[in-house]
Design a protein around this ligand. Structure first.
Ligand code: ARG
Length: 301
């Protein structure tokens, strides 16, 4: 363990504006919020008494979809199922690496039927499926950074699912504990900026994160492993700024995360602002509506 637990005050030379960012091709799974409504509460953002506007949710979601397409990414769609309003948050539908999908097993009964629905989609679309025994909410809590999986626990996915995840993929899994109920999935507190390996191994694998969302042990791990990470301010975290999607160059973020936007620019990334305010009423943002489909090596172009 390194003794350095304080955040670096200045980025290293490698992390400064001079860095050339390279866009990587992505393949995503999304779900139109046709049945979007907030009818139950399973996170602090959800207030069923507050009216929701499904047409607005659809319009905002469409902008996200069209932005991915315009950037050259592939977007696949799963059919929305009536009565499953949270299905729009496809990040929770599983976790996919090299054509193998580890299925989700949801914490709450309200979302439980989504697990089998996503697994059926994976099978129908040529993915191998590892059925889960343990409770886990997919890419909402599991993030691939280089060749390591960061795995969140505390609110949704269990510690046992982290072990199962490691067995399924044969990769290193680093468990991190979330402590603030507003940031109940790992993808609300960490943004993976450069997740893919290059020909010479992991060429760039940096993250941004919200230190206040984690316990002290997890903060220590993050500081040691990612000394060049972007540390995001509480005010940007509170507007779901970290719930973002990066292709290595373009980083889709909430327009309200203005501090994070500036930090990304300083590091040579290209922030793309996409407003999902209506979907935030369900406690989700850009990343929640996006599941990465990693089919195999050739997909990582
Ligand atoms: N209402 C959903 C839930 O509480 C929101 C899911 C957000 N997804 C995410 N990947 N953070 O389960």
């Amino acid at each position: 363990m390194s003794t350095q637990h304080t955040a670096p005050t200045a980025p290293t030379a490698q992390a400064t504006a001079a860095a050339t960012r390279i866009q990587q091709h992505r393949s995503y799974l999304m779900c139109r919020p046709e049945h979007f409504v907030v009818s139950y509460t399973i996170n602090p953002w959800m207030e069923p008494a507050k009216p929701t506007d499904t047409a607005k949710a659809l319009a905002q979601w469409q902008v996200l979809h069209d932005t991915y397409v315009a950037l050259g990414h592939d977007v696949h769609l799963i059919d929305p199922i009536p009565g499953l309003p949270d299905m729009v948050y496809t990040a929770n539908g599983g976790f996919v690496i090299d054509g193998l999908a580890y299925g989700a097993k949801f914490r709450f009964a309200e979302r439980a039927p989504e697990g089998p629905a996503f697994m059926e989609w994976f099978r129908d679309n040529g993915f191998e499926v590892a059925e889960p025994v343990e409770v886990n909410e997919g890419e909402g809590d599991f993030l691939l950074v280089g060749d390591t999986i960061l795995a969140g626990t505390g609110f949704r996915s269990t510690g046992d699912s982290h072990r199962e995840l490691g067995e399924v993929f044969g990769k290193e899994v680093v468990s991190l504990t979330l402590t603030d109920p507003r940031f109940y999935h790992l993808d609300t507190a960490i943004s993976v900026l450069d997740p893919v390996e290059g020909p010479g191994g992991v060429e760039r694998a940096n993250i941004a994160y919200l230190p206040a969302a984690f316990d002290a042990r997890s903060r220590g791990i993050l500081a040691e492993r990612f000394p060049d990470a972007i540390l995001v301010a509480d005010s940007d975290g509170a507007v779901f700024g970290l719930n973002s999607a990066s292709d290595g160059l373009n980083v889709l973020i909430s327009p309200r995360a203005t501090g994070f936007e500036a930090q990304l620019r300083e590091r040579g990334y290209h922030p793309v602002l996409v407003d999902l305010s209506e979907l935030l009423l369900g406690g989700g943002g850009i990343k929640c509506c996006t599941l990465e489909l990693r089919r195999g090596q050739e997909e990582n172009r």
